[in-house]
Design a protein around this ligand. Sequence first.
Ligand code: HEM
Length: 293
Amino acid sequence: MSQAQPGILAACSKLACYLTFSLMEVAAARKAVKSFCATADGDKTVVGFGEPLVLALGGRIQGLRPFPSYAGPGVSVPSTPADLWCWLRGDDRGELLLRSRAVGRALAAALRLDTVIDAFQYGDSRDLTGYEDGTENPKGKKAVEAGIVQGRGDGMDGSSFVAVQQWVHDFDRFDAMSPGDQDNSIGRRKSDNEELADAPASSHVKRTAQETFSPEAFVLRRSMPWAEGARGGLVFVAFGKSLDAFEAQLKRMAGAEDGVTDALFKFTRPVSGGYFWCPPVQNGRLDLRALGL
Ligand code: HEM
């Protein structure tokens, strides 16, 4: 029986590296992807396929689609499709760098390494604004229910869809906000992580409250802070049994539902956005049957 890539359900590692690739040589894609995937365990290396690569391989994954983009006053949500996404998990930065290089080499005949993002855990799972991130994540059986495909047959069951966005924080802007305004923008108190009963409609947790959607929109978030020099932010990562829950949340955050935009946009912006399909694993190897590989 196939199962989820273990890295999806595990707690976030101490450090991580996110890689994206573009397909350059269609004719070489099948061989390169197949041989790379034989070395990826789904635990230390979580792998996701973008729609363009799935199509180039001759496959079709129902539910995988282009990432939506939104533009409005103070809101810009870009769609930046990539062919392949790898989430390298570990606890040693040197080892992660060398593994990134090895993945790049393994795929080089067909795919070009486009972006590398260094990510890490901050405190007890905090965003760089200091707020705890992940509190309302589903756990145990509920995590599997929200994040993993079931009942769609061999090759699909155990797989997962993932939405990935790199957000860049404007730390000066955030620091200029009063502690009360900061708490109101998230909808939780930074000091004790309590949800604010009277949080404004624009607060992030009001915008994304998973049980307020119809149908309920639960996702399995595995976001991590990133930094490069003095720049930093969050790599937002949400796994789902489909992309619908994430998309409903993003639409509401962008104000496309009721004109109220998420207060997060006052101090942070996404600069990338992609959707990927993460195949299941069978006997410790990625199960690529749904891609015809
Ligand atoms: C820089 C970007 C973001 C930051 C800093 C951030 C931070 C947070 C924080 C601090 C919480 C409260 C604690 C928790 O339950 O985890 C939260 C909740 C949540 N966020 Fe985000 N978030 C970001 C982007 C997003 C995006 C893009 C989405 C989805 C489109 C999203 C979906 C959620 C959901 C579903 C919850 C839980 C809501 C609930 O059911 O109570 N977040 N986020």
